[in-house]
Design a protein around this ligand. Structure first.
Ligand SMILES: [Zn+2]
Length: 322
């Protein structure tokens, strides 16, 4: 199943079972000599079947097809390992590609999670059930690296890469200036709020995210093509809503903290979440991982602005009013 958006531009909807995102938008640009597929789905059979069917109906020859991955998350990258051929270029952010590097320091991330209040047993469960570990690409292609300003040409589409750190450090959006199309990946979504998390004290993801929103806010855009859910118009308006959402969320963190000194894990437990669950204890472990990551993104943002203070603890770090 596919739908046509413009001449030579199509969308295949790839289901993401058990994910609150529901599905992924895979965009296909069909041209005489080469085709381009933007984002792919999880490395799972159910995603593969949907993709296969869409490509068959569109009469796409994978031997004449290149790929572009907006960012490293496995719902965007995972399936590429089953699709790329010897002739395929796989365009990918130079920065995000480091996550597929063998030498990545997972230990540092786990230490950071423990430092912020995760119990070891819970942490092991969170890692095991994390879709990023389960459905990531198994066979890693050789990437053609993208940086801010890189251009991908396909048919009469000229896609300019805009580096938009925040959702991930190396997230890349594509802008087609003449057609005024903006492939926003997970940087700007319409029906849901992109997840912003921080898994190292060195990365102020939310600050980066807010700056990346400003970076693209005033682009002349007729149609936004996001990584999930509905296509939309009115990029600037949506960006203003997202910025407001995060300022409100930061305020909520301050309210939970009040006059107390608390760790990120407990602060996340005091925040409101759009999930059907009686209380924090009953939160599914994977969701706890996302929640604590999001709480931390807002905590580091507030700390950077001098609105709260972080205290190094023996075992667990804490935050309080300055
Ligand atoms: Zn993502």
């Amino acid at each position: 199943m596919y739908e046509q958006i413009l001449p030579d531009l199509y969308r295949i909807i790839i289901p993401l079972p058990n994910s609150p995102l529901k599905d992924l938008n895979s965009y296909v640009i069909k041209a005489a000599d080469r085709n381009l597929i933007i984002d792919t789905g999880f490395n799972r059979d159910v995603c593969f079947r949907a993709m296969e069917e869409g490509l068959r109906d569109l009469d796409i020859d994978l031997n004449k097809t290149d790929f572009m991955l907006t960012h490293m998350h496995s719902d965007h990258t995972g399936l590429v390992s089953r699709l790329f051929t010897d002739s395929s270029k796989v365009y990918f952010s130079r920065i995000d590609s480091s996550v597929f590097n063998e030498n990545i320091d997972w230990q540092a991330m786990l230490d950071y999670a423990l430092q912020n209040g995760f119990q070891l047993e819970e942490l092991v469960k969170a890692v095991e059930s994390h879709p990023g570990f389960k459905y990531s690409p198994k066979k890693i292609p050789e990437f053609t690296f993208l940086d801010d300003g890189s251009i991908i040409e396909i048919g009469d589409f000229q896609l300019k890469c805009i580096l938009t750190p925040g959702h991930t450090e190396g997230h890349i959006c594509l802008y087609e200036e003449e057609k005024q199309l903006f492939f926003s990946g997970d940087h700007v979504l319409y029906d849901i709020t992109p997840h912003i998390e921080s898994w190292s004290y060195e990365t102020n993801s939310l600050k980066n995210y807010m700056e990346s929103l400003d970076k693209v806010r005033n682009l002349p855009v007729k149609l936004v093509l996001p990584g999930h859910r509905n296509l939309f118009t009115g990029l600037a308006g949506r960006i203003d809503e997202l910025k407001k959402h995060h300022e409100n969320r930061a305020k909520e963190v301050l309210e939970v903290l009040g006059v107390n000194t608390m760790g990120a894990y407990d602060i996340a437990g005091g925040m409101t979440w759009d999930i059907e669950c009686e209380n924090w204890e009953q939160f599914p472990t994977t969701q706890k991982w996302f929640a604590v990551g999001e709480a931390l993104a807002h905590l580091l943002y507030l700390e950077d602005q001098g609105r709260i203070k972080r205290h190094k603890g023996e075992k667990t770090d804490t935050f309080s009013a300055p």
